[in-house]
Design a protein around this ligand. Structure first.
Ligand code: AMP
Ligand code: MG
Length: 435
């Protein structure tokens, strides 16, 4: 128990959490949720062969000799249905997304053509002439010179190329991103069945703590953990309940813990170490929580606890503010994501170059707060400064957590390291490419 590794502790947590039930949500409210059912296409898209370009629908066999002159028999806009069949020597003016008429087997883009009026030369339309005038002028253009040959199928998007009626286009377990929202709208899913979000309670413990609404007392410690944990939970798309602060008093703690155990997940900050006033362990066990572990070989975050009841997952997080946040990322976040139906449970890790030496005592996995800078071929990772487990600023400045393996005897500058990315790293200062 004493030397439970981070990976084994993660495994233990994940073996004890399962996906929650499902609920319907309106499409407008579904961003970030996870589909609980497969979604099928409800039609072919495009519904017929359509033009991929503004140009002319024609018979490719008519383009043996270039330039070729073709008679324009009609004008087909998106939303129109063609009225005529294109015969040899003919074509139809066609807009992007408009159905390709019968007889035509290819589209040529307007840039490779030049249209004429057999009734005599036409003035170019004035820019302010408007659509109606333009259309009128177009209707007088009855012949087009084609300046390039095209193969059958050129610039035609085939019926069902995007999706086929009744095919599964999204599978259960898919996170709803903006792209997924577009697909759901395409298949007219005004309401979708998603996994429920866990109800999460956050409780801080300690006589020394001062809460947000309390007057400032220089002898007290501001309760930062409830709020940092709240934000970590919110970053996963869940609105937690803050239960406040329980004093280091067995009766008061019991009352608070009992309330907390009515939630799907209870996060308790502090009181889990071995001090004489650390009452969380005996009380939580007396309330029927089956403890799975109390310690993990990690730094920061050594005294982290996990236990279960039939309905609740309990996490005892260390009181030290950095430890609390690091433990949340390693154990709580993957558990909450599994409950919500996600299959990607872990934060993305990247390889980076360490910019400095780093001391490390073998024994525990260490999570070093680092900032990341883009450099030729990858990223440079630099410690954000003093790494004490109470130094919350080291976390505020961090782009990621650098993982120092338990057995490491220290790292040297320029070594390649693994960094777990934190919130806020999806965006960067510059575009990263120039075109
Ligand atoms: P504990 O785990 O209760 O022994 O607390 C360890 C350290 O974390 C102590 O210095 C506490 O004052 C501090 N601490 C505990 N809870 C919080 C909290 N909610 N916010 C900020 N610091 C805390
Ligand atoms: Mg305490």
């Amino acid at each position: 128990m004493e030397h439970l590794s981070v990976s084994n502790a993660q495994k233990c947590v994940l073996e004890s959490v399962a996906v929650l039930g499902t609920e319907p949500v309106r499409l407008e409210q579904s961003l970030g949720r996870v589909l609980a059912e497969d979604v099928r296409a409800n039609r072919d898209l495009p519904p017929y062969d359509v033009s991929a370009m503004d140009g002319y629908a024609l018979r490719s066999a008519d383009l043996k000799n270039i330039p070729a002159a073709l008679e324009i028999i009609e004008d087909i806009k998106a939303g129109d249905m063609p009225a005529k069949v294109v015969q040899a020597g003919q074509c139809a003016r066609i807009m992007t997304g408009a159905p390709v008429p019968q007889g035509a087997d290819a589209v040529i883009r307007v840039e490779d053509t030049h249209a004429f009026s057999t009734g005599g030369p036409l003035l170019d339309p004035l820019p302010q002439a408007g659509e109606e005038a333009n259309e009128k002028r177009n209707s007088l253009l009855d012949v087009v010179q084609i300046n390039a040959a095209v193969k059958p199928g050129n610039d035609i998007r085939l019926r069902g190329e995007g999706m086929r009626n009744n095919e599964v286009v999204l599978t259960a377990g898919t996170e709803i991103t903006p792209g997924v929202t577009g697909v759901l709208a395409t298949v007219k899913a005004a309401q979708v069945q998603v996994y429920r979000r866990p109800r999460v309670a956050i409780l801080s413990t300690g006589n020394e703590l001062e809460d947000m609404d309390d007057p400032v007392d220089p002898n007290k410690i501001p309760n930062s953990n409830s709020y940092a944990l709240m934000a970590q939970v919110q970053a996963l798309g869940i609105e937690p309940d803050l239960l406040g602060i329980a004093r280091d008093d067995p009766a008061e703690l019991e009352e608070y813990l009992q309330r907390g155990l009515r939630f799907d997940v209870l996060l308790v900050s502090g009181g889990t170490s071995v001090g004489v006033h650390d009452y969380v362990r005996p009380i939580i066990e007396s309330l029927g929580v089956q403890m799975k572990f109390w310690r993990v070989a990690m730094k920061p975050g050594h005294p982290v606890a996990f236990g279960i009841t039939a309905h609740t997952r309990f996490f005892g997080l260390p009181g030290n503010p950095v430890s609390s946040m690091v433990c949340f990322e390693q154990f709580v976040a993957p558990a909450l994501r599994r409950m919500m139906g996600h299959t990607r449970l872990f934060r993305r890790t990247i390889a980076a170059r360490l910019t400095h030496d780093l001391k490390h005592q073998p024994g525990r996995t260490e999570f070093v707060r680092v900032s990341l800078a883009k450099e030729q071929g990858g990223y440079a990772a630099t410690s954000t400064g003093a790494q004490g487990s109470g130094m919350l600023l080291s976390m505020a400045k961090a782009d990621g957590l650098m993982i120092v393996p338990a057995e490491s005897t220290g790292l040297a500058a320029n070594e390649q390291v693994t960094v777990q990315l934190l919130d806020g790293t999806v965006f960067q200062d510059e575009a990263g490419f120039t075109e």
